[in-house]
Design a protein around this ligand. Sequence first.
Ligand code: PEP
Ligand code: MG
Length: 567
Amino acid sequence: MSMNGEPKIEVGPQSRQGRIASGGFAAGPIVRLEPTKRAAATPQSAGPAAERAALVAALAHARHDLSDLVSGTTGEASDILSFQLALVEDDVLTEPAFASIGLGEPASSAWQKAVGTLIADYDAADEEYFRARAGDLRDLETRVLDVLSGSTQRPDLPEGAILVADDLAPSLFLSLPWDGRGIALEAGSATSHVAMLARSRSVPMLVGLGPLAVLPGERALLNAAEGCLVLRPDAETERRFNSRHAQLESIRQQDASQAKRPAVTADGERVEVHINIADPAELDNLDPAICDGIGLVRTEFLFHERHGLPGEAEQAEVYARMLRWAKGRPVTIRTLDAGGDKPIPGLTLDGEANPFLGLRGIRLSLAHPEVFRIQLRALLRASTAGQLKIMIPMVSIPEEMERVRALIGQARAELDRGGIRHRAAALGMMVEVPAAAVTLDLFQTDFVSIGSNDLVQYTMAAGRDSDAVAALADAGNPAVLRLVGMVARAASELGIPASLCGEAGADPRVLPLLLAAGLRSVSVAPARVGEVKRVVSSFRRERPRDRRQSLARRLGHALGLGGAGRG
Ligand code: PEP
Ligand code: MG
């Protein structure tokens, strides 16, 4: 049963469960995207000169289409298309294709071979991130092949249509109208580019549904809020779907309408709600009044392999833009947190047996002072544009913060000598490693923010990227909550602010436990702010006399305050 007593749509013979890539609802006819059909037999070469000319023309055509698409996009969408645009002009890809043509291959198979080699490298990568990028290459492969074969595949999507496909190319996604429509992928990944695009455009999308036996035009219901696709629904299922949709939509609208109000508990205690940002384009249509500031900027986006290592001026401008957006509210920018599941070619270590326990976060930055120095200088320069807080990821021991403080001192002295404007910023640390959580009093830090995504995986020994141990990786586990409680108490004793910027802060089940553990500040994805404020408003601090009975029950002695029943 749902929160309001309405039964959820059950998974039955007509229903399939998938992973949620982007929440929302759609109801309408199935449109199946078939892989482009091409001649089964490899065409004969019309001779190297003609095939070469055909590939040159097809590449020019693809370049023209991609440039058109890029000009109408921003942020992540523009990045994806720019990546393809760069590739279509890259000798690494085109030279082998032209070489094969010279050896008598027709243009289409020469192109397929050249792209195929690169795709195989990406597909074989250990990291999900790189495997997801292979989709961008396939997209480009298809685009050029379609021009060569004279076929282009752009399906018609009637009102409410649910597009069913194995996977979906980002550029095809960007060329289709999505209002009121949805996506059901048999394969796909929730971290792929097309998933990110779907989230940023609020297009409901499920992935990993497995093979779907559906006919084009058959009706389906997509409940991507709860991970379910219903095929050939009967009248009763339609009724329940509509009722669930209406219910969740009304909650969502109510939450959105409350998003600008301050978060206050039922006892009248103020709770700060900040936002997490992974790409500055996310701020474009966002009103700063919905939050108390930015609690986490993941600067990894700047170090993406498409951009290379960003220069000081470029970084300073991006950081300053976010500070200006915040209109005086604090902006917490985290220094590069590469490594683990976020490799950066040429910077992170290849072949680590356990990258989550390896050279990531501040460990990597301290190992690459030449890269870290530029980021610190850029941050100090941007600091003149607002209230900047610099946050250090993956801190384990006090010496790491001492080294960072010394490097910041050096960077400031350099800027002074160069006559470059800059300003001091608060320096804080993330608490993601249990060692830091239990020894916080030993650290010199101006503020802390708990990174629950990592704190959970390191506390529970359950990888954040492993479905198989997802049940263990629970931020509501008493072990994690005790650490949160310890950090909140230690921060309060040290007189420094403590927040939490992992996913747990937006989990309606866990948030009350975090508040009970003593936290009064969280940082969450912008889309979750309204819901978080609603959950905060129904939280009530327990009276001392209730505490002995209920804390032990609700937190499983998580805070070590209950005492009742201990042997
Ligand atoms: C965290 O670990 O909770 C966190 C916010 O950092 P990231 O998810 O970027 O590792
Ligand atoms: Mg982390």
